[in-house]
Design a protein around this ligand. Structure first.
Ligand code: ATP
Ligand code: AMO
Length: 394
């Protein structure tokens, strides 16, 4: 039996029969919990020679020791490490908390189509494909249009957890070509602040829950990828875009007050906010209208700004949200101004013609939330089977 066992390859699955006892601590290491005197041994599933060493995958990335690409090529084995299993258990909790919290707040879960006639967000990052009978179609870049249409259908409050497709053309540490979108849309009574209130209670609740209930998983991730716990406040900090621009200017950074912030400036602002307010989770709102999607509602008091917001963890965006335009004429005007072919979204625009309530919502990238909560440096680590410009398998 010993000879047979010594020939078994690593990661083979075996059944054994034997006598279990407490180990002699003087002989066994402190980590050994049990001793088994094996009487019978059966091989249930024999593993072939491993293409990567799981011990290497379980260490921090070291050059020449099964780098990230090799590990992703062999993702099933790579996922067997404690850190990776921890990451996806945490991810599962994030999705569960998102669902449970919204259901308790009266939101209805919906499932919108992923095959649509035109682009849902505009821009170039659209996967185009041939639909049946030769019709052109796109993969949805977000459930944006249909979640708003569900509000026009009188659901009041809706949410969706689903795949989102973006034909991103370059590799970055935080972009995927397919990711999981956590989306909400809701009627609003007074202002888009009601949507930011949901962001606040949902995420403070989520972070509290993860810290309290995922200790083991967080520890497994931390052992391989050391990180500091996320600093956040019981009431999420809200700054206006103009305040953010001023803080950057005061720190000597050149900023266009009516432009968007690039990744570097977002990170810098994150550092300034942490030093000044002691939080790594905050909301930046009232963005210039010109840098937001066509469906974003301009501010009443100054149409150069918009009722919109982004939310950041450790200086990187995890959420975009806004009040939407519910007036069809204004929607047509804003879509045309952005070069969108209005015919491709005519059914969306028509749904605002028969009495549409003021409404707003937001979209969250699930992989980004987990990446940034765990202080990880790359979104591939939080996507089970990542899709990027160079990766369609496994
Ligand atoms: P979203 O798509 O929701 O806006 P985002 O994080 O991609 O999320 P953007 O406003 O598109 O935010 O981009 C912010 C910055 O991120 C850009 O100024 C640019 O520096 C960088 N960036 C965005 N997309 C890419 C990309 N595909 N490749 C490289 N850099 C990108
Ligand atoms: P936006 O385009 O900002 O907004 O996307 C929402 C959130 O999705 C995540 N995200 C991504 N994650 C991984 N890879 C990508 N390529 C990628 N692109 C975006 C980010 C981002 O904050 N319809 C609006 C949302 C709304 O207003 O309701 C939208 O899609 O975390």
């Amino acid at each position: 039996m010993v000879k047979y066992a010594s020939k078994l390859s690593r990661e083979s699955i075996i059944d054994i029969e034997g006598i279990v006892s407490k180990p002699d601590m003087a002989i066994a290491g402190a980590s050994q919990q049990v001793d088994v005197q094996v009487r019978k041994l059966y091989c249930i599933s024999r593993a072939a020679v491993l293409p990567i060493e799981i011990e290497n995958a379980a260490r921090s990335e070291k050059p020449n020791e099964d780098g990230q690409n090799t590990r992703l090529n062999n993702r099933v084995l790579d996922l067997r490490t404690a850190a990776n299993l921890g990451i996806f258990r945490i991810q599962s909790q994030v999705g569960t908390i998102f669902r449970q919290f919204l259901l308790s707040e009266g939101f209805v879960e919906i499932h919108t189509p992923k095959l649509i006639a035109g682009s849902s967000e505009g821009g170039a990052s659209v996967f185009k494909l041939d639909y049946v009978k030769g019709q052109p179609a796109c993969l949805a870049q977000s459930p944006q249009l249909h979640k708003q249409m569900s509000i026009c259908a009188d659901f009041g409050r809706v949410f969706e957890v689903g795949s989102v497709f973006r034909a991103e053309n370059s590799d970055t540490h935080r972009h995927l070509c397919e990711f999981t979108g956590l989306d909400i849309e809701m009627e609003i009574e007074w202002s888009y602040c009601e949507v930011m209130d949901i962001v606040n209670s949902l995420f403070v609740n989520m972070f509290d829950y993860l810290n309290k209930n995922c200790e083991k998983e967080l520890e497994a991730v931390r052992r391989q990828y050391p990180f500091e716990p996320l600093k956040y406040l019981p009431e999420t900090l809200r700054l206006t875009f103009a305040e953010g621009v001023q803080m950057l200017k005061d720190a000597g950074v050149e900023v266009d007050p009516m432009g968007d912030l690039d990744t570097k400036k977002e990170r810098k602002l994150g550092q300034i906010v942490l030093e000044k307010y002691g939080t790594e989770f905050y909301i930046l709102h009232r963005y210039p209208l010109a840098v937001r999607p066509f469906y974003t509602m301009p501010c009443d008091d100054n149409p150069e700004y918009s009722n919109s917001f982004d939310v950041f963890i450790r200086g990187e965006e995890i959420i975009s949200g806004a009040q939407r335009i519910h007036v069809p004429e204004l929607l047509v005007e804003r879509a045309s101004a952005r070069g969108i072919e209005v015919e491709t979204i005519s059914t969306y625009i028509d749904s605002f013609r028969y009495g549409a309530p003021p409404h707003g919502g937001f979209g969250v990238g699930l992989e980004r939330v987990v990446m940034l909560f765990c202080g990880l440096n790359n979104i591939h680590k939080t996507s089970l089977f990542p899709r990027d410009p160079d990766r369609l398998a496994p």
